[in-house]
Design a protein around this ligand. Structure first.
Ligand code: AMP
Length: 398
């Protein structure tokens, strides 16, 4: 069974064709600059040379057609016909309060994706275009929506309600949703399997630390809290996002700088985080680490603040679950940066967390990095959102 996984942005389309018999990637690729001059498709069949197609892509329909052509290309292709694709799985950002579980797309699902345009203004319209493009290119095949907000929908009211007038939740769905849900679902499941934990009762904290960063607490794979909110702005310090902040800061900067709320929100999303604290060094954690090594004080503080915020959340989530069995690190920083993992865990001595330095000297593969006598199992578990989407698609269409 072959599943095509599609992740559409407003001007991009990422795809992977996955053979579900052995969960291997047959081909993957990226369409860039959709709707803009200079559109390009980069197609990477596994074990073969990269294939680049520079061709106008006025919209996602044309992009998906070029992907179909590449997949079936005589020289660079990996399938003889579209019939080999069983179903298509889509990453969809926001399902609002209607959907938490992945679902086969029908007109009702598309209506909800459309109704959530306000909640996911950059992603939901692109996600819908991707679905409609696949419906046109592969009529009759099932499309499955896997919601990035799905995992967080299991949070109880005490975790998801903001302490603001309840009417805003009722009227507009203003609540905490959480994002990176597919990654948190995948990694918390892997933590239970790889760590040999009780699938019903395991208390797991997943630290998804990349350019976007978020953290979740789950019991038996069910989310009890997660750090992103109505939008991905809340929670941890990120590459360019501030994470948690006193909302009054917005008004204060508006008044001082004579700017409007949209301007300041743009600053909090795109110019803050480690980029902001470091005085503009970089949003990339490798650059921040290198600047720190060169003696840049603000880069050092940015990294310390990032680590401190993660450690504070781990403390809070341990309290939320009245304990923690395992902590898992994932995403760019979590999978590759042993010193950040160690620095976070140094705050957790009170929980009986002990890192094994030799075991922590590892990148990008499943590993237990805690010492044998650590009271909490600490793991590195690479995330794989595409595989998680493919598994959901298989489950719903088999
Ligand atoms: P992601 O958003 O998950 O792709 O993660 C991207 C982030 O991971 C970037 O800020 C990278 O600098 C960071 N990253 C990747 N490798 C390393 C590394 N070896 N050390 C520190 N950060 C890294």
């Amino acid at each position: 069974m072959k599943i095509l996984v599609v992740n559409c942005g407003s001007s991009s389309l990422k795809y992977q064709l996955i053979d579900m018999d052995n969960e291997s990637v047959i081909a993957k690729g990226l369409c860039e600059r959709i709707g803009i001059e200079g559109s390009k498709l980069t197609h990477q069949p596994s074990g073969k040379d990269k294939y680049v197609v520079e061709s106008p892509m006025p919209d996602h329909k044309v992009a998906i057609q070029l992907v179909m052509d590449a997949l079936q290309d005589k020289e660079h292709g990996v399938i003889a016909s579209v019939d080999e694709i069983s179903a298509i799985g889509h990453r969809v950002l926001h399902g609002g309060t209607t959907y938490s579980e992945s679902i086969v797309v029908d007109e009702d699902v598309k209506r909800v994706i459309r109704e959530c345009f306000d909640l996911g203004p950059l992603h939901n319209p692109a996600n819908l275009m991707g679905i409609e493009a696949c419906e046109a290119a592969m009529p009759g095949k099932a499309n499955v929506a896997v919601w990035d907000t799905g995992f967080g929908m299991a949070m109880p009211e005490k975790a998801y309600l903001y302490a603001i007038p309840y009417e805003y939740y009722e009227k507009y769905g203003v609540r905490r949703y959480g994002f990176h849900g597919t990654s948190h679902m995948f990694v918390s499941g892997e933590a239970i399997k790889f760590g040999g934990l009780d699938p019903e009762k395991a208390k797991v904290i997943v630290c998804h630390l990349g350019n976007g960063a978020s953290i979740s607490a789950s019991i038996g794979g069910k989310c009890v809290d997660t750090s992103m909110g109505l939008t991905p702005l809340e929670g941890l310090i990120m590459g360019t996002r501030s994470g948690d902040i006193d909302a009054a800061v917005v008004q204060y900067i508006c008044n001082k700088e004579n700017r409007d709320v949209n301007d300041v929100l743009n600053i909090l999303n795109k110019k803050s985080g480690v980029l902001g604290i470091s005085g503009g060094v970089s949003s990339d954690f490798r650059d921040i680490g290198a600047a720190k090594e060169e003696g840049n004080h603000l880069a050092e503080v940015a990294l310390e603040a990032f680590i401190y915020r993660v450690a504070k959340y781990i403390g809070a989530y341990t309290a939320a679950m009245n304990g923690v069995d395992a902590i898992a690190f994932t995403a760019g920083v979590g999978e590759n940066d042993k010193s950040t993992r160690k620095a976070i865990c140094e705050y957790l001595g009170y929980l009986g967390v002990k890192i094994d330095d030799a075991a922590n000297d590892v990148r990008g593969k499943n590993a237990v990095i805690s010492a044998a006598d650590s009271k909490v199992k600490v793991m590195l578990l690479p995330t794989n959102e595409e595989l998680a989407i493919a598994r959901e698609t298989k489950r719903l269409t088999e």
